[in-house]
Design a protein around this ligand. Structure first.
Ligand SMILES: Cc1ncc(C[n+]2csc(CCOP(=O)(O)OP(=O)(O)O)c2C)c(N)n1
Length: 174
């Protein structure tokens, strides 16, 4: 969010009242750079105001809160009221990539956020509200694992793409 492109996009989207929902997953770290050390005003959602755009901050570890904020933004977009900048405060539980040994973030910080795991929180909420049982949720987990395993198997068994397919799925095709 500190590169010019971000602001150029916000500007045009607001100017043309485009029905866009900009979702910033603020996980506090850009690989090993602390967001607060690299950003003059770390509250990203506030930057919407510079473009006359709606901006909102939401607890990104709360699935239902994110859903509520997204619904408000989608309503605005569909009503022709233009884009929204939604900042979801969240965390990433692993390093940036396989190449990142993740040695720069404090263990206490990682632990703090791990306890707020949004998937586990939603599961606990569903069970508490008697909307699902632990067994049902476990069965869904198993289904997902099987679907992912199927996809991996399909991808590994698929033939290599042809060179002329290189630019497919980038531009609209007639
Ligand atoms: C325009 C541009 N500048 C710099 C980089 C180098 N770069 C790669 S990843 C990254 C940080 C990404 O941070 P974030 O999106 O928060 O992902 P996270 O590290 O939290 O997974 C940077 C600066 C890039 N890919 N593109």
């Amino acid at each position: 969010c500190n590169i010019g492109q971000f602001y150029e996009c916000l500007n045009m989207a607001a100017l043309w009242k485009l029905p866009i929902l900009f979702v910033v997953e603020n996980n506090k770290w850009a690989i090993g750079m602390d967001h607060n050390r690299a950003t003059s005003d770390p509250e990203i959602w506030r930057k919407a105001a510079a473009f006359g755009m709606a901006g909102e901050e939401v607890d990104g570890m709360d699935v239902l809160a994110v859903r509520g904020a997204a619904q408000r933004a989608i309503e605005r977009a569909r009503a022709g009221e233009g884009p929204t900048l939604l900042e979801c405060l969240t965390y990433r539980f692993r390093g940036h990539s396989l190449a990142d040994p993740d040695e720069l973030r404090a263990e206490a910080e990682k632990e703090f956020w791990a306890q707020r795991d949004p998937i586990k929180r939603l599961a606990a909420h569903l069970i508490e509200q008697k909307l699902a049982s632990a067994e049902e949720l476990k069965a869904i987990d198993k289904e997902i694992d099987a679907e992912v395993a199927d996809c991996v198997e399909f991808a590994l068994a698929a033939p290599e793409p042809k060179p002329e397919e290189l630019t497919r799925y980038i531009w609209a095709e007639d």
